[in-house]
Ligand binder design. Structure first.
Ligand SMILES: Cc1cc2nc3c(=O)[nH]c(=O)nc-3n(C[C@H](O)[C@H](O)[C@H](O)COP(=O)(O)O)c2cc1C
Length: 398
């Protein structure tokens, strides 16, 4: 079944949109990690519905309850269970959708597979399912920051036809959070908000592209051949609802270049192997090369719209549908924390796998997050890399 994700840091999400609650069980979390409920809550607040005029107006506080696996602010190493109760489900708003198939939603396919009726609010196909991922992602993200200084920033790059100018090498989360659309280019953000509001007024919807930059990733993450880093990242992103595409590095545009223009030339810098360009998007041969990881995820326009559409009832009769209820006119602003959470889950899982197979060591608590300085070999006490493995970031840091 497809409700579990990850090999060593493994999550199982559960729950439906209008059930009693939604949650996650995390197995394989290392013990002794300091994590406060507020840190998990902060990520859930970024995902929450009703947070601005351009999201769905469903009002859910989405307060996280820690049921197990964390004691006195530290992980125990035992399964962590997190619960968020559904408080504002209004199933009667979905009565008119009960006996028909919404175009491009999951009503028909869930029924065809499970033989179940349409569940109010989309059941498990609802984006509420991602609460569990975002909560688990907050813990994964904390470990990545503590152990390896990894930071990840996702932002809205494009809404419909409006594209932002953003430098993925320097963009900070605070800039992303400054606008309700989560686009760090203020001018583009203003136009995007207007476009989404216009769509809402018209009863229509729009999609777009989220870009994700991950910085400070040590070289060596990724498990060829089937669990190449980009393959696992692609799966993680395409498992989010409403996604339609995934690119890493130069992506589809890169195919317009010749090899001589496309290759990333190597150079050595302070004992570190670097590349002058980053069309690889930080991944070569399915393994991180230490450069920033860059990817883009396409999200389609929201399926449920307040305009007349032709469809059929569950018994096959033609129906004209004009959907009501509370819906996101554009899913991207709320999908930003979901993208970051999925990336955190993938990177922590791969970091744990790198540690298990090649002996990568987490940074010690007293070590600063500083960028690598001197060559590992020039410093006393630095351990050689495991045979065949590239030098681990921990070996390169003070
Ligand atoms: C943040 C977010 C919010 C969403 N909100 C809605 C919504 O309000 N209405 C809707 O029809 N779909 C919404 N979706 C998309 C549906 O969950 C999704 O289209 C549906 O499950 C069908 O899956 P598919 O589009 O991947 O084929 C949302 C998706 C995300 C990521």
């Amino acid at each position: 079944m497809g409700n579990t994700f990850g090999k060593l840091f493994r999550i199982a999400t559960w729950g439906e949109s209008h059930g009693a609650g939604i949650g996650v069980v995390i197995d394989g979390c290392p013990p002794g990690i300091p994590i406060a409920a507020e840190e998990i809550q902060a990520e859930l607040d970024r995902r929450r519905p009703g947070q601005s005029s351009i999201t769905t107006q469903r009002q859910e506080p989405d307060r996280v309850e820690i049921l197990s696996g964390i004691f006195e602010g530290k992980t125990l190493g035992t399964p962590i269970a997190l619960l968020v109760r559904n408080m504002d489900a209004r199933s009667k708003d979905y009565e008119h959708l009960k006996d028909l198939y919404r175009p491009s939603h999951a009503d028909y396919t869930y029924g065809a597979k499970y033989g179940t009726p349409n569940l109010p609010g989309g059941g498990r196909a609802s984006a509420r399912e991602t609460i569990g991922r975002v909560a688990a992602g907050a813990i994964a993200r904390k470990i990545l920051a503590l152990w390896a200084g990894v930071e990840m920033v996702a932002y809205v790059k494009r809404i419909h036809t409006l594209e932002a100018k953003v430098d993925p090498g320097t963009v900070q989360r605070a800039e992303v959070e400054r606008t309700p659309v989560r686009c760090p280019d203020p001018e583009a953000a203003r136009a995007m908000v207007e476009r989404i509001e216009e769509m809402r007024r018209q009863g229509d919807s729009v999609g777009g592209v989220i870009e994700l930059a991950i910085r400070g990733v040590p070289p060596g993450l990724g498990e060829p051949v089937f669990d190449r880093l980009e393959a696992d990242l692609g799966k993680a992103m395409l498992s989010l609802p409403a996604t339609k595409g995934f690119e890493v590095g130069s992506g589809f545009e890169g195919t317009r270049l010749t090899g001589s223009r496309h290759n990333d030339p190597f150079y050595a810098e302070a004992g570190r192997v670097r590349t002058r360009a980053n069309r690889s998007g930080g991944i070569q041969g399915g393994i991180s090369n230490g450069e920033d990881i860059l990817c883009r995820i396409a999200f389609k326009p929201t399926a449920t719209i307040n305009l007349e559409q032709q469809t059929i009832s569950t018994s096959g009769e033609p129906v004209t549908l004009r959907a009501r209820g509370r819906h996101d006119p554009c899913v991207l602003p709320r999908a930003v924390p979901m993208v970051e959470a999925m990336a955190a889950l993938v990177f922590l899982d791969h970091l744990l796998r790198f540690r298990a197979q090649c002996g990568w060591q987490p940074r010690q608590p007293e070590q600063p997050v500083a960028a690598p300085a001197a060559p590992a070999s020039a410093r006393s006490g630095s351990k050689p890399s495991p045979a065949g493995a590239p030098p681990a970031r921990a070996d390169l840091e003070e």
